[in-house]
Unconditional design. Structure first.
Length: 136
């Protein structure tokens, strides 16, 4: 599992993620094979749209329980610490690679700023409600 997947796992509730198809049970069907499925006379209702996950509220709640001040709003290091994910330079370089960072990973300050913005964008793209000021 990649670092970005770990971030999603820590922020999004499991009900928000796509459910994996259940494997076939292998049990024989009790329905007669000759019975055709009924043809619907009206189109099925569209599935209800998912409510966006309030990323700010989730992270603020985690920050309140962190036991140390963490500036997750601007620091990728603090965001990763808040989520109990490795925030070391090598982990951040791996995250940069996952997100296709083309800058110099030796310039950790520039990379960190870019990573934070990209993570916020990815959270929004995947159903998170992210305040505009956090998307840079």
């Amino acid at each position: 599992m990649g670092i970005l997947s770990n971030i999603f796992h820590k922020i999004f509730p499991s009900s928000h993620q796509e459910a994996a198809p259940s494997p076939a049970s292998g049990a024989p069907s009790t329905a007669p094979a000759a019975t055709p499925a009924p043809i619907p006379t009206q189109p099925a209702p569209a599935p209800a749209a998912r409510e966006p996950v309030d990323v700010e509220a989730i992270l603020n709640a985690k920050a309140a329980q962190a036991g140390q001040p963490l500036n997750w709003r601007t620091s990728i290091v603090d965001l990763l610490k808040l989520l109990d994910i490795d925030s070391g330079l090598q982990a951040r370089k791996e995250l940069a690679q996952e997100l296709h960072y083309t800058g110099d990973t030796g310039d950790s300050a520039a990379m960190n700023i870019w990573l934070h913005k990209q993570v916020m964008h990815k959270l929004e793209e995947n159903g998170g409600k992210v305040p505009a000021e956090l998307k840079g």
